[in-house]
Ligand binder design. Sequence first.
Ligand code: FES
Ligand code: FES
Length: 156
Amino acid sequence: MALTLKVNGKSRQVAATPDTPLLYVLRNDLELNAAKFGCGLAQCGACTVLVDGKAVRSCVTPAGSVADAEIVTLEGLGTRDNLHPLQQAFIAEQAAQCGYCTAGMIMSAKALLDRTPHPSEAEVRQALAGNLCRCGTHARVIRAVLRAARATEKAP
Ligand code: FES
Ligand code: FES
């Protein structure tokens, strides 16, 4: 069965049933491997992507339910030569160890900064509370998100 999804600004056709988790379609059919399978139960945030600007858990989102939506993955943010401010800030703060949680963290942070460009530290903590990192990078991640918010503030 063919499904059409709009991912990172492009219309993509995939052979998948509507109940296939969006994460599987992204990784297995579209080779967008930034979002990770962590728990598969909406509990870790490693699979977070944006759907119409909201951070969602793609592991428990049926692909058919987002057929009319704008889906954005980490691959849609920046390029190697032109990193998104969040990607720059994560590098500057060295906010990753194994990196397994990082794409989900950045996508949750993007949803936050898009609706609240200058969040307080408490707001950042709250927005990322559902993104788990077993390497213990949370403090650096919070600093990175605040740094990205400041960088955006300075941009013309
Ligand atoms: S893999 Fe989706 S929340 Fe853990
Ligand atoms: S950097 Fe390893 S899980 Fe977060």
